[in-house]
Design a protein around this ligand. Structure first.
Ligand code: CU
Length: 188
């Protein structure tokens, strides 16, 4: 029996026993971060599409995630698409009126596609909003055959239980208000 057949049979057995695919889906490595902080989003790609290799990952940047910057990846072409912002913001004293709304990594050649049996990460960074709450990174995973659209968001809360193709969740948490220093005449 070939290794590939063994893997196929294992996959079929797992499907029948209904074992949870803990390593599966596209998820974020760190799922909580503080409001207003810089955040490095590490998107973990645990499998392909029904056994097919991943050839592109497209991330929709959630509203309020500022200044998204992708990390280049060897063997993958990188494109970004910007959009005019509904609400401009200020960064380094400048008013920002448009921002990165979409990032796509595409395998430069078929040989660079990510096989279903392998694991990889796609990284971007940016700044979190000042308001707490869940942020959902919708990811379109395109494969050599078929695609997975990780875009489902629960009606309320942060649980993705029961969703077939949940978006990757980040819970932006409030930080406790800093203890205000006692009034002082000393001025900086
Ligand atoms: Cu999965």
């Amino acid at each position: 029996m070939t290794v590939q057949n063994t893997l196929k049979i294992t996959a079929i057995l797992l499907a029948f026993t209904g074992a949870p695919v803990a390593f599966g889906h596209v998820t974020l490595e760190n799922q909580t971060a503080a409001v207003g902080s810089g955040y490095k989003a590490v998107l973990k790609v645990g499998h392909g599409c029904d056994g097919a290799a991943t050839r592109a990952i497209r991330v929709t940047i959630p509203p309020g995630f500022k200044g998204a910057k992708p990390m280049p990846k060897s063997g993958w072409l990188l494109t970004t698409r910007s959009e005019k912002l509904a609400v401009p913001y200020t960064s380094h004293g400048k008013t920002i009126t448009q921002d990165v709304a979409e990032i796509t990594w595409t395998a430069a050649a078929p040989a660079n596609a990510l096989p279903d049996a392998h694991y990889d990460e796609f990284v971007l960074r940016g700044t979190l909003p000042d308001a707490p709450g869940p942020m959902w990174f919708k990811v379109l995973q395109s494969c050599t055959q078929g695609q997975n659209n990780w875009s489902e968001v629960p009606a309320t809360g942060t649980s993705t239980k029961g969703l077939k193709a949940p978006a990757a969740m980040l819970n932006v948490e409030a930080v406790p208000a800093p203890v205000t220093a006692p009034a002082s005449h000393h001025q900086h």
